[in-house]
Ligand binder design. Sequence first.
Ligand SMILES: [Zn+2]
Length: 190
Amino acid sequence: MEYNPVGEFIGNNLIGSDKVQALSLEDAKAIPLAEIHAALDGVVDPEIPVLSVKELGVLRDLAWEGDEMVVTITPTYSGCPAMSNFEDDIKLCVEQLGIPNVRIATRLSPAWSSDWLTPEAKAKLLDYGIAPPLEATTSKKVLLGESPEVICPNCRSKNTSEVSRHGSTACKALYQCDDCQEPFDYFKCI
Ligand SMILES: [Zn+2]
């Protein structure tokens, strides 16, 4: 429970005051798509707060379909619990611009691939302490099921080994550095 200095309950009021007045459909449609794109730069992966939906490659399309603003996303993992938060955050972000009818559409084909991560996104992951996938999912090594070359986010050594296929979430595997001994998450190639 949250109270202001005179003892009034303000919890719900705070949420209420954040609500943006919805624009008329005409005004909403006049908002350039580039502006909506720019706003979505601020929506980050709850699991990896340094990466936005755009950097992850999750955001596929933005378009008006009749009177609805349809935001098309491709989830990184259908089983990833972070994805439902993501959808809510994306919807809220677009609604904050005053757009009244926002719908999230999911596109499962082609399936999301770690190849969609930009080089900038991979660098951010490494700085955040998560080893990014370095091989393309189409590389021979990955297709043959050989272990990928994984860089330690702590000391940048390539002398690393897999501890567990399953890290803190389904999208990650647990690795350990054989040089600095630091355990870390590896963002799996999918
Ligand atoms: Zn290391």
